[in-house]
Design a protein around this ligand. Sequence first.
Ligand code: SF4
Ligand code: SF4
Ligand code: SF4
Length: 686
Amino acid sequence: MNKVTQPTLTIDGKTVAIEGERNLLELVRKANIDLPTFCYHSELSVYGACRLCLVEVEGRGIMGACSTPAEPGLKVLTTTPEIREIRRIAVELLLANHDQSCPTCSRSANCQLQSLAQRLGVKRIRFKSVYQPVELDESSPSLVRDPNKCVLCGDCVRMCWEIQGIGAIDFTHRGHEVSVQPAFGKQLGEVECVNCGQCASVCPTGALTVKSEVDQVWDLLAEPKKSVAVQIAPAVRVGLGECFGLKPGEITTGRVVAALKQLGFNQIYDTSFAADLTVLEEGTEFLERKSKGGQLPMFTSCCPGWVKYAEQYFPELLPNLSTCRSPQQMFGSLLKAMLPQQLKIERKDLKVVAIMPCTAKKFEAQRPEMGVDGDPDVDHVLTTQELAQMIKSAGIIFDKLQPESFDMPFGFYTGAGVIFGNSGGVMEAVLRYAVEKATGEKLDHVEFQEVRGDSGLREATIAVNGSELKLAVVHGLRNARVVAEQVRAGKCDYDLIEVMACPGGCIGGAGQPVTSEPNWRALRAKGLYQADKMLQLHKSQDNVFITECYAKFLGEVGGHKAHHLLHTTYQSRRRITDESLPLMQSISDDKVKVSVCLGTNCYLKGSQKVLNAVLRHAEEAGLENRLDVRAGFCFEKCESGPTVMIDGQHVHHCTAAKAVEVINSRIETDNPDHLAGVDPAHIRTD
Ligand code: SF4
Ligand code: SF4
Ligand code: SF4
């Protein structure tokens, strides 16, 4: 039998085996060489824009490693005098057009541009500065966009479109005016952004950063009259350590509590307690929907990025969302309802701070329905990164802290509450409750491996009481769209669907530290499953303090008071079609009304060209008095865009020729002579 030889190439003289790597960059990294790049992310498409990952291939010259496929026998050099000089020039050019305010920049500790300049020994910039300051965009509740620090790598654009399927930001203009911004020059807070922050998590510089609430929290802690309670989300405990040199996934719960005590928080609680509460409420809601013929499939509602996405793009599915608030908001509502009496203070003097892995939680806390008479249930949301900044600012040496315990009773939790931080964790936690409840038998084997994993869309079927429960677990909003479209079309028979906006679930939230560890997601997920294993209790229904909370305060699970405090309502955020811009107006009685959607999805698919062609056609065919043309902003047919509405009829996948054909057919119906000689096939689309 012939022995199959392993294909190899050489990198800086070392032989390296080719084992399915997508390009030379992956092989160079496999050879333990850290080739610089701004625009390469293994989960995103290859863009090849930053020109930093250059290599010299013998016989071929200098080329981008990210866009060169691996071929056996290639001889690759990664550092030559010429390559070094090209890289230096690239970095100097970027810096010449950059707001170099490193000491005050929030990315200073882990900015790739700064570290690359240092690595390449850039001491001065040989090019004349062309930097023109542009205003910051602080309109988003979650992020700050600083175009002065953008290196045009396009990572954010590809993340928002390829993984989240939204396209809230894109390249605009050409040549030296090119920039990355939300559509139509709007601010981030005005477009379809769901505040997931995933764009910021891939941005190599300070151009997209988490909006900080650190100063407000310091102010709160300094107010003697206020009692400040803090809750820590499950995923924070396996991410925070990375800011202090620990490995991803290392469980730091006790040290986080100790740090928070030292910072001056008055009550220190675990959001996992509220996750246990969520399990009981959501599990009960699911079982009721199942037994009483309620709206199925039921979608989970813990992820505020997903909730806003559903409100924007799938408002008809809002009755399918669980009405449960997220654990953060359940906790805020419960604490503000219970603690003031216990502490003998007024509600206004109790402040609740949430430490979250997530930037969308900042938006969620500001939703008007999440409060009482304008007083929010959660006053401030700090991300894991922001907490690390506070700890560093206070000079606390994190890894020397002696672990401490949460305050009781809201610091008590089961493993079901902890695994909420992983994709599939909410589903598994609900199953640990619902299966026991439905069968009436004690569940001894609590691990549902079927719903674990890292794939963006996972399906599982489990047998309960002789019937089957069909489940789906989704992360990344592009994947969520696929499932939501199937549900809307009645093409799937799932019972329960867990959706998390961020890849990997909350452990991959954009508020978590940015790390260069390649396996970080798997390590953090493992950390949370390990934390579950280390606890004595694994089912939310076994949390005695939850039982006591219902007995003494909330009443029945799913009852009136629980509903009032722990559930919520949703609102359609569908863009309305009359939010449109008139471009050509006719006063004729028999005018044809044309509205071209310029919402981000349609725009990216070429609707602007269709609009231009329609306007040009009107002019060239003398139809100005017959057409009423508008730029609309959404017909909610994003999947079949570009969409044009002509006299109330949607034309999907519309091209310029198709639009003109339909317009002509309308006009011909009224006046057959009007369009003699106009052939839609000859419509210009430039
Ligand atoms: S983005 Fe980087 S290089 Fe630019 S100011 Fe911030 S830390 Fe400095
Ligand atoms: S926060 Fe999320 S939705 Fe908003 S621009 Fe960034 S990736 Fe897109
Ligand atoms: S904002 Fe950040 S990720 Fe987006 S293009 Fe600019 S530097 Fe790249």
